[in-house]
Design a protein around this ligand. Structure first.
Ligand code: N01
Length: 552
């Protein structure tokens, strides 16, 4: 870091790289940049590290990727010394891990907490970014990396009367730090995605009555969570080289699992059922990896969807409730599949009621009730499990001004456009970690984060070592990549669902399948090839001689 004086006399801090966000992406980015000799500053709006796991503190929050895989792999010492307690780590433990990483790698001294990046503008003459922070200060950086997270912009639903509700209102993505005790209260939960499905059974244990307002029934597979034994931890550790390699290079979703070699219709009914049964009993996200065509072929998909619908009917005692809980308007997996612990069984409790708001939408929220179909469901507290403005929401909150004064929001008005999900043409030296157009939310996020961080750090070092001023995506490469992302998505069943992958949960948001579904392994190979070919598809400006970073 270096500092000069601004016209007002206040020093302007200058860094090689400004990183926005201190979640898992921002923390590793900082560590990696330091290792390459860059000065870097991270700005984080929260008062601690952890990103998603800092904000999502709702009861029952836990990761749906197994903990020994949902963890950094960049440090062998780290992965050997940290003991995960359960197959799926609960949110407090993941947050503890994030804090441990921050301490272990001495990250905090370069993170400024309670500080948002409000705007950033590219100075075409100097090839630097002028970054404005909440509080009004401006810093200069050669590069900006957006580590803002894909699911961090909690979305408040637009429901008439919500502001006038007299009880407490909580959003799962912005949960209070202190424990919320619902004992003896009548609680309403709106939303039945991953968050709602995790918290319903937990709140049902406390509340005097829980009313679940469901717009879309969702597929959920039992987690089968359990404590990890020392033997199990050691077994995974001893195979880490193989497990991590598979997740990075061979897998489609960054998760170590068998790769299916046949389609669902290649097996007869009883074999197929036995395989689904085995995966159901094993539990977790890998249910969708039983066959290789569940995301591609409607008839194949129907066999898995029917199996889960039957399971719901077996678990839920009231046939009418069971029917309402059976998803029927999207292929299984085309909305993010949920992983639950006793979600469907919670509806057998006498204190839990399901209200179908698809057929009878919420008319309004009164001072003490949610009104649907002319009937008031009285509640003391409301939990909004209504999701996020995913993938683009956190980026859109920052006014990012690139070449010719164009903002990223203007450029992305019809949907996000990136090359490899890493950069957007017209916005030099601005990188996004796990941005739209990359596998990101379709993968084990930590695998994708590490791949992007390594790639970005190498790219920034390439620019520095050649004395270049700027790198940016070419419009041609970006157009071809966007077309490719769309083509691959169109070969799958994903676009059929009104999902947040499609931006469908935010009124007015363009309907575009945002993540890249080509698979983590193939995508990594594409990124590596691009770099090996001297960053093919990117435009470099500036002279080709080694020199110090302009911003330093
Ligand atoms: O959000 P969601 P989420 N009126 O968007 C409903 C990750 N995650 O926070 O489907 C009434 O999935 C909406 O209905 P519909 C994971 O990737 C991971 O649950 O739009 N209802 C839906 O039911 C996940 O996919 C973990 O018809 C409204 C729900 O609210 C992603 O985060 C845990 C409404 C929103 O579901 C998001 O999950 C939690 C309205 N106005 C989250 N607006 C794990 O690792 C929305 N809904 C386990």
């Amino acid at each position: 870091m270096s500092a000069q004086s601004s016209p007002s006399g206040k020093p302007i801090e200058r860094y090689d790289v400004v990183v926005v966000g201190a979640g898992f992406a921002g923390m590793y980015m900082l560590h990696k940049l330091r290792g390459q000799g860059f000065s870097a500053r991270v700005y984080e709006q929260g008062d601690g590290v952890g990103g998603t796991w800092y904000w999502n503190r709702y009861p029952g929050a836990r990761c749906d990727v197994e903990s020994m895989q949902y963890s950094y792999s960049f440090s062998d010492e780290l992965q050997r010394e940290w003991d995960w307690s359960e197959r799926y780590a609960p949110q407090p433990e993941i947050l503890k891990y994030a804090n441990h990483v921050a301490d272990r790698f001495d990250l905090r001294r370069d993170i400024q907490f309670d500080t948002s990046v409000v705007s950033a503008a590219f100075d075409e003459r100097a090839s630097t970014w002028s970054v404005t922070l909440s509080g009004g200060a401006t810093v200069i950086a050669k590069f900006v990396v957006l580590a803002t997270g894909c699911l961090s912009n909690a979305r408040m639903p637009e429901i008439k009367g919500l502001d006038g509700f007299k009880g407490k209102v909580y959003h799962t993505g912005h949960w209070p730090h202190e424990t919320v005790d619902f004992t003896g209260q009548r609680v309403g939960v709106i939303g039945t995605g991953s968050s709602g499905i995790q918290l319903v059974p937990v709140i049902a244990e406390q509340a005097s009555h829980l009313t679940v307002f469901q717009r879309t029934a969702n597929f959920a597979i039992p987690a089968r969570n359990a404590a990890l034994t020392e033997q199990e931890r050691q077994s995974v550790r001893s195979r880490y080289p193989e497990i991590r390699h598979f997740a990075r290079v061979e897998s489609r979703n960054g998760i170590y699992t068998e790769m299916p070699d046949r389609g669902a219709l290649d097996d007869g009914d009883s074999d197929r059922r036995a395989k689904y049964e085995a995966r159901w009993n094993h539990g977790g996200l890998t249910f969708m990896s039983v066959y290789n065509n569940l995301a591609l072929d409607q008839t194949a998909n129907d066999t898995a969807a029917d199996f889960v619908r039957e399971k719901i009917a077996e678990i839920v005692e009231n046939p009418e409730t069971a029917k309402q809980l059976q998803p029927n308007n999207h292929p299984i997996g085309s909305k993010r599949i949920c992983v639950d612990t006793e979600y469907f069984a919670a509806f057998n409790r006498p204190n839990v009621t399901l209200v179908d708001i698809k057929s009878s939408p919420i008319e309004e929220i009164t001072v003490n009730a949610v009104r649907t179909g002319g009937r008031d469901h009285e509640v003391d507290a409301l939990v909004l499990a209504t999701g996020f403005d995913a993938m683009t929401g956190s980026v859109a909150k920052i006014e990012l001004r690139g070449r010719n004064g164009q903002t990223l929001n203007q450029k992305w008005a019809e949907g996000p456009r990136t090359y490899l999900g890493l950069m957007s043409a017209g916005f030099p030296n601005l990188f996004v970690i796990t941005g739209p157009g990359s596998p990101s939310v379709l993968s084990n996020m930590i695998v994708s984060i590490e791949q992007h961080v390594d790639w970005i750090a190498d790219c920034v070092a390439y620019v520095r070592d050649r004395g270049l001023h700027a790198i940016e995506a070419s419009t041609d490469a970006e157009d071809k990549w966007v077309a490719h992302v769309n083509e691959v998505a169109a070969t799958t069943l994903y676009p059929q669902a009104n999902s947040w992958y499609m931006g469908a949960n935010v009124p007015g948001k363009p309907r575009i399948f945002m993540p890249y579904i080509g698979g983590v392994g193939p995508y990594r190979q594409i990124c590596n090839d691009v770099a090996t070919k001297g960053y093919e598809g990117f435009v470099m400006t500036g002279k080709e001689q080694p020199r110090k970073m302009a911003a330093s």
